[in-house]
Every structure is written in C-alpha cells, then in structure tokens.
Design a protein around this ligand. Structure first.
Ligand SMILES: [Zn+2]
Length: 216
C-alpha cells in the first residue's frame, strides 16, 4: 500500500491534535522509509518482476528487518520510546498513538501484498493479495486516504479560504501519483524504486507540514 497509509495519519491527528501531521506522515511510512534505505544499502532486497501482481511489479523476497510482523512491532515500540523521550511535552499516550500509526503500516500492507510479508525473520509469509485486483486495491487506497481525512476535517477548522479544500486537492494529487505508477512501464531498477519512494515520502511530509497551517 502507498497513499492509503496516510489515512491512518489523518485519523490519528483527529484523535490526538497535538501531534503535527508531518510527524504522523513519517510514522505511517516509517518502515517503508527504513525499507527503501536498507535496499539502497543492499541489506533488504527485492527485484522487479512485471506481472507478479497486477498492480505492483515488486518481488519483495527479502524484507525481514522492516516488514516482518515481529520487526514492525519492534519498530513501533522503538518509535514510541524515542518519541516519548525525544519530543518535548509528549506523553505516553501521544507516544502510544505514534506506535499504533507505525504498526498500522503492516496491517494495511497485509491486505494488498502477495504473501511476501514474513511473520518473523524471512519465514511464514503472509499477504491477502489485493494487488492482484488493481481497481479494488486502488479503491481501497482512496477509501483509506479520504476516510481518514474525513475525520481530520471534522476535527479541525479551515484558516482562510485555502484551508477548506487544500488538503483534499493534496489527497487527489497523491492518488494521481499512485495511479501514474499503475499505468507507466515497470521501473528501471530496484534502487530507482527505493529513491523514488524516499523522495515521495519526504516530499509528502514537507507538503503536509506547510498545508497543516491552513487548518487549526
Ligand atoms: Zn510497506
């Protein structure tokens, strides 16, 4: 899953309004940021196999440190503890919300991935495979994204005219980015995918940092 993860970030913002949205954007993609980084360092591995699922050509055959269930639980707990002590005025409750948003990544990935998500290390792989149904998986991403945004809109007020629609437009742009990946030819290399993923994660977090000022 790609942009659907951000729906959890928006919903978490509605639950705990003191957490900046850009931090939640990083939290929901934390294990993917780690994944792309470890791929560039040659620690985790995948290859591009066009057609391996209808919507994604990634054969993620070695992702134990970022996408095994055990690893994601550890990432969530680590994020919770680091957030509690590194971020001023945070509480265990706020840090717990961060932990849940980090963990949510694996649960949403479980819906769309083919059985390539290990339960621990590189063993016992699971995945419900919705990526084999491009329209359905795309609809699910859109539903997650805008479902989460709905709660965010209910919990916040626009500041000025742009605050009314800016986030919705941003959501549509993110969905647009995702759909271009569906229709463009397979990416040239695994490293290119990792770089593009990292750029989009940080770009989206930067844009939301700026857009968040338009709602309070
Ligand atoms: Zn992932």
């Amino acid at each position: 899953m790609f942009v659907g993860h951000y729906g959890v970030g928006f919903a978490a913002k509605a639950v705990k309004k003191t957490i900046p949205l850009w931090q939640l954007f990083i939290a929901v993609q934390l294990v993917d940021i780690a994944w792309a980084t470890l791929v560039l360092f040659g620690v985790e591995k995948f290859r591009i196999v066009p057609g391996i699922t209808a919507a994604s050509p990634l054969d993620l055959y070695y992702i134990p440190y970022t996408h095994s269930l055990l690893a994601v639980v550890i990432w969530s707990l680590a994020a919770m503890v680091i957030y509690r002590f590194a971020v001023k005025r945070s509480t265990w409750l706020v840090a717990g919300v961060i932990a849940v948003t980090v963990l949510s990544h694996w649960l949403l990935d479980l819906l769309v991935h083919r059985p390539d998500l290990p339960l621990y290390d590189n063993h016992m792989k699971v995945g419900l495979g919705l990526w084999n149904y491009p329209v359905l998986s795309f609809a699910l991403e859109a539903l997650c994204l805008f479902g989460g945004m709905f709660f965010y809109y209910r919990a916040t007020q626009p500041v000025g005219g742009r605050g009314r629609y800016a986030m919705i437009v941003f959501g549509l742009v993110m969905l647009g980015v995702q759909s271009t990946a569906l229709f463009s030819p397979p990416p040239p290399s695994a490293n290119a995918v990792a770089v593009m993923a990292l750029v989009s994660y940080f770009l989206f977090a930067a844009v939301v940092y700026w857009l968040e000022k338009k709602r309070a």
